[in-house]
Design a protein around this ligand. Structure first.
Ligand SMILES: [Zn+2]
Length: 205
């Protein structure tokens, strides 16, 4: 169905006139749009209009085109829009499809990033305490150094994913996904946690 057919099949001339604020007399007459009318002489029927004075006639699309000074196509479009008849043009339907998987993909990526960041954050917090030098002479443990260097940054990223706007979160997730950074970090955190729980010499009492 073309939008002409949809508009004509669904909206009567009378409905269009009423919708656009024309005052109809009791016998469905209005002032003619096509000549300088002194008495209402344009008769509005269901699917056509006719002027008893100047002889103008046409369908609902002609009527709306005349009323708003539009082309026939624009008039049909206006009717379809104003009366909520939008038949969902095929390109809109096609565009709606990839959108959802994209959003879903983003949510998944975001969840992964958040999980890895908080895992890493906890590890850093633990390291910062556990491997802090006990005396000024102690050599600094690499993990303590890493914790000092990275904590603020990682905390900042995790904060954005928690309270940031969608735009800010997209930037962070994009950045973390670049060159598989997040997969690398996930792997790194897993390995470090393994070491912390199994592989290391027991702590000195
Ligand atoms: Zn007329």
């Amino acid at each position: 169905m073309s939008i002409f057919e949809i508009a004509k099949a669904t909206v009567s001339v009378r409905q269009a006139a009423e919708c656009y604020g024309l005052k109809l007399s009791r016998n469905n007459m209005v002032y003619c749009l096509f000549h300088n009318d002194r008495h209402p002489s344009l008769k509005l029927n269901e699917d056509y209009f006719f002027c008893f004075s100047c002889g103008a006639k046409g369908d609902v699309i002609d009527f709306v085109a005349r009323l708003f000074d539009l082309s026939s196509y624009e008039a049909a479009q206006k009717l379809v829009t104003d009366f909520g008849l939008d038949p969902k043009p095929p390109n809109a339907a096609a565009m709606a499809k990839p959108k959802r998987p994209l959003i879903r993909q983003f949510r998944e990526d975001e969840m992964l990033c958040f999980r890895v960041l908080t895992d890493y954050l906890h590890l850093l917090e633990e390291w910062k305490v556990r491997y802090a030098p006990k005396t000024p002479e102690d050599e600094w443990d690499d993990r303590f150094v890493e914790a000092c260097q990275m904590l603020d940054h990682i905390e900042h990223l995790a904060d954005i994913l928690t309270v940031g706007s969608l735009g800010e979160r997209v930037v962070v997730v994009d950045e973390l996904k670049k060159e598989d950074k997040i997969a690398f970090l996930q792997d790194y955190v897993e390995r470090k946690k393994e070491v912390a729980h199994h592989g290391e010499e027991p702590e000195k009492a």
